[in-house]
Design a protein around this ligand. Sequence first.
Ligand SMILES: C[S@@+](CC[C@H](N)C(=O)[O-])C[C@H]1O[C@@H](n2cnc3c(N)ncnc32)[C@H](O)[C@@H]1O
Length: 291
Amino acid sequence: MNYHLPVLLKETVDSLVVSPGNIYIDATLGHGGHTIEILKQNAIVYGFDQDPNNLEIATQRIKSENLDKNFYPVNSNFTNIKSFLVKQKINKIDGLIADLGLSQNQQTGQNMGFSFNDSSSLDMRLNPHKQTLTAEEIINTYSFDQLYEIFTKIGQELQSKPIILKIIRERQKSPIKTGSRLAQIIRDHYKDKHLHSKIDPSTKIFLSLRIVVNNEYSNLEKLLNQSLEFVKPNGNACFITFHSGEDRIVKQFIVKNKDKLLSYKATKPSFVETKNNPLSRSAILRSYKIR
Ligand SMILES: C[S@@+](CC[C@H](N)C(=O)[O-])C[C@H]1O[C@@H](n2cnc3c(N)ncnc32)[C@H](O)[C@@H]1O
């Protein structure tokens, strides 16, 4: 199994300041890369993940490393952490990490619809059992204005208008049901207009769809606000972001709540890390200590 390669691993775990026996929440367990390092320090971890498949992969991995004694997997959205802690009668935790976005297997695999090469799905729900809206529904049923709002405001795609017109023409021929077909429509537009893009031309549109389908911005805002309530004084919260939209939300939260924080800092991956793992290039770790 090729596990997701954790980003800013040492920097994040150092910022969390782990002590044996203390309780931490990993809000985005993924394949457990960060959690494993915390468990190795004999701390207790509640690992949340919305994707049941990733939760199972991490749980098996942690068991196989004999680190499951202090590990509790939770298949839930991280916006439910507060109510979960109330149910567990845990008043406050010692620290929180959230490594936002998708794991590599989600991003590039078949059947989830996140990949430009997914030839079987345009779904994009992290948890199909608990979510209803899919990217397929957005692409095939939303009006020009609704798509324009998503692609420009969230995706910052400058070619939104002609791409949407092309999508609407294409969906009239037959419903757009796969990531690969949507990506081809976008690539064809860039090619026809001789436009060059350093990244795949589909990147911004796929990102904006994913954010809407999974409510990513409002979930992040909820988690940030809740962290002030459930992380102990002197406890740390660490957020790893991967694009400007989510990083702005974390930065603005820190600025707005400065008086409730003892300290805060931002860290970027080292040259060596970005060389070994190009996906880490856009990552920023923002951590803060609760007053
Ligand atoms: C970048 S990966 C985390 C990788 C992990 N740190 C590791 O090293 O393996 C992000 C994970 O968060 C999950 N996720 C995203 N949004 C979530 C949410 N609102 N609630 C719970 N899990 C979420 C995704 O399903 C994915 O597994």
